[in-house]
Design a protein. Sequence first.
Lengths: 304, 93
Amino acid sequence: MTVVIGFEGSANKIGIGIIRDGEVLSNPRRTYITPPGQGFMPSDTARHHRAVVLTVLKEALEQAGLKPADIDCVSYTKGPGMGAPLVTVALVARTVAQLWGKPLLGVNHCIGHIEMGRLITKANNPTVLYVSGGNTQISNDPSPGYNIEQMAKKGSQYVELPYTVKGMDVSFSGILSYIEDVSHKMLSSGQCTPEDLCFSLQETLFSMLVEITERAMAHCGSQEVLIVGGVGCNMRLQEMMGVMCKEREAKLFATDERFCIDNGAMIAQAGWEMFRSGQVTELEDSWITQRYRTDEVEVTWRAD
Amino acid sequence: MAATDGGANQLEFSLDVPFPSSREAEIALRSLSPDREPRKGGIRKQLTVSGSKLSVKWSADEARILRVSVNSFLDHLSLVLETMEMFGPPVSQ
C-alpha cells in the first residue's frame, strides 16, 4: 500500500490531495478569484496561497483520516507555472517532508493532469490533448475562457475568423487581434452579438484543437483520446472531439471539473507512479521552475 | 553595474535566526535554499547553519534589489516557521 500526498499551487488554485493506490482519499482546494476583467498576478496569487496552504493541508489529512506517519511520499509541483506561487507551496512541501521524515518528489504539473486523466478514465494509451488557461501545450498564445464558454452557449451566428494550423502547431494570436479589430464594427452595426462572437471563437479554436488531435492520432495509430486541463471541462470541446472520434471509431475520455481543474490529487497520483518506479527528488534539486516541458520528464513508470 | 563579486560598492545585509535545535535550523535551511533568486543578477545570498542558528548573508548592488530579496526571504521564512510550528517537532531519525 502506497500513500502519497500532493501539493499543487502553480496558478490560482491551491490544492492538496492524498491518494492511496489509485483511491482519492481527500482533495481540498481553494481558488484565488480576482475581480472581473482582471487576471491573477504572481505576488497576489502567492499571498493567497500563503494564507490558506496550512489550513488546506490540515483539511487534506483530516478528510483522509490520516496522520503524517501514514504518508509514504510528499509530492509537489516543481513546475511549470508562476514562480512566486510555486515557491510558496514548495516551501511547505519541503518542510513537512523533512519534519515527517518522508521522501520528496517534484512533479511536472502537466504530467499530473495526464496521470490523473489516465487514472480516472482508465484510458490505456491515449493521445492526450492538454489544454488549459495557463499552460496550453500546443502554443504559448492565450486560450478560451469560462466566460466565453457561457456566452457561446447563447450564440448561434457563425462569423468567420482566422483559422491557423500548421501541422501540429496552432496559432491563436491572429484570432484575437482580428476579433478586437472587427468586433466593435460588427457589434455597433448589429451584424452580430457578443454571444455570436464567443460562439464563433469557440467553434474556430476548438476545430483547430480537434484537427491537431486527429493528426496526432493518425501519426501514432491511436484509437483513444484523453482531454485534460481546465479547458477540457468545456462541453462544446468535448462534443466536437466526440464527433471526430466517432468518425474514426475511436474512444474519447474526459474528466469532470474535480480533476480537469488543477488539484492536489493529480500531483499525488503522478507522484505515486514516479515514487513506485523508484524516483525521488533530493532537497538540493527541489528548486521550482517556471518553464518545464512535459517531454523533459523521464517516464520510468511505463514500459510502452 | 558592478558584478556581485564582493567589491567595495556592495551593500551587505545579515540575518540570524535562532531555532530550538540544530536539526530544525537544518530543516529550515534545506527548505529555503533550493530556489534561485528571481532576478538574473545584482544580488547574491548565502545560507548557513551554525549550531542551532540559521544565518543569511546578502550582497547586493542596489538597495531596492536588496529590499525585494530580503522582504521575500522573510515572507518565506515565516511560512517555514509556521509550518514547523503546526506540523513539528521533527520525527526522531
